[in-house]
Design a protein around this ligand. Structure first.
Ligand code: XLS
Ligand code: MG
Length: 346
């Protein structure tokens, strides 16, 4: 019997959010990084993902040497806990310099800031021992179409990607598409856009993608299709599994919390595509519900992994022979019921 693949799991410090939302203050106290790292270890997760300023706080006020020094200190801490760094993402949506976008900002000085910060992010990633940069292009887009030229913005995005690729010959860039929020319309809203722009860069082999379940749903797409498509190109380098209840603000709900059938199909395509066998991690980009008490603060992460592993079992025990027979007979009603009964059977 082929050894069944064991997945490795990851989350980021921001997944221990304190519950603030646009309509109310935090409901849980801020915790230290060390507390968060200790919880990740306690939960038995394998890696932590970072924003650049999670790894090196107040990064904009620091020299390159100071940034490297602090990143190396963090690496020692992670090594001491046996925790890997999965990726580092430049947080290009907080600074006043990125109010009108980062790489596609209409002001060349702001564009230069965004690229420079991204190069520092690469330096941090290398100090932490990861070659993966995740680019969630939060503010690349428009509130009104006439504010920017979509063609020019594509050129500016390619130019920024090329500068990052040139900065370090080993670094890989995973674009994390999202169709909107905070922007009214974001550039590169789907996996198709991410893989297409990769082809315009100086080294397409080093530009891949990350699928976030909620982002695909917000684009009106099926997350499992986005994952399967990226895997066909050998470019699904990371995941943010979570869930989303309809087209509204990005909810980052626990995996499977809204749509178990969709979660089943995400796991089904990951199994089919042998995700994880080339070192990729399963990351959960999930937040606790606002009313969650401090004593239940780990549950959304533990539950997401538990649901994922239960669905791996479901995929591996699904009667594929019976399904193939029903497909050959084009009996999709029976196939539908076969899946439902399988998911319902405890
Ligand atoms: C959006 C992004 C964000 C992380 C990575 O979903 O994944 O949550 O901060 O940039
Ligand atoms: Mg995400």
């Amino acid at each position: 019997m082929a050894k069944t693949h064991q997945y490795r799991f990851c989350f980021g410090p921001w997944n221990f959010s304190e519950g603030a939302d646009p309509y109310g203050p935090p409901t849980r106290p801020v915790q230290t990084f060390d507390w968060k790292l200790a919880q990740l270890k306690k939960l038995g997760f394998d890696a932590m993902m970072f924003h650049d300023d999670d790894a090196v706080p107040d990064i904009d006020g620091k020299t390159d040497a100071q940034i490297r020094k602090e990143a190396k200190e963090l690496k020692k801490k992670l090594d001491g806990e046996g925790i890997a760094a999965e990726m580092v993402a430049p947080r290009l949506w907080f600074s006043p310099m990125t109010v009108d976008g980062a790489y596609t900002n209409n002001d060349p000085k702001c564009r230069a800031y965004a690229v420079e910060r991204s190069l520092r992010c690469i330096d941090i990633a290398r100090c932490l021992g990861t070659d993966l940069i995740v680019l969630w292009l939060a503010r690349e887009g428009t509130y009104l179409r006439e504010a920017k030229s979509a063609r020019r913005s594509t050129e500016l995005l390619v130019a920024a990607l090329d500068k990052m690729l040139a900065h370090d010959p080993k670094i890989r860039l995973a674009i994390e598409p999202k169709p909107n929020e905070p922007m009214d319309h974001a550039y590169l809203p789907t996996i198709g856009h991410a893989l297409a722009i990769a082809q315009l860069t100086r080294d397409p082999r080093r530009v891949g993608a990350l699928v976030e379940s909620a982002h695909a749903i917000l684009a009106g797409l099926d997350p499992s299709d986005e994952m399967a498509f990226a895997m066909k190109f050998g470019k699904l380098w990371s995941l943010h599994l979570n869930d989303q209840n309809g087209l509204k603000f990005d909810q980052d709900k626990p995996f499977g919390s809204t749509n178990l059938r969709s979660a089943f199909n995400q796991v089904r395509v990951l199994e089919e595509g042998q995700y994880g066998r080339r070192g990729e991690y399963v990351c959960f980009d999930v937040h606790p519900f606002r009313p969650t008490k401090v004593e239940h603060w780990l549950a959304h992460l533990d539950n997401s992994r538990r649901t994922f592993l239960r669905l791996v079992e479901k995929v591996r025990t699904f009667d594929q022979a019976k399904a193939s027979q029903l497909i050959a007979d084009r009996d999709y009603q029976a196939l539908d019921q076969l899946v439902i009964e399988h998911l319902l059977n405890g």
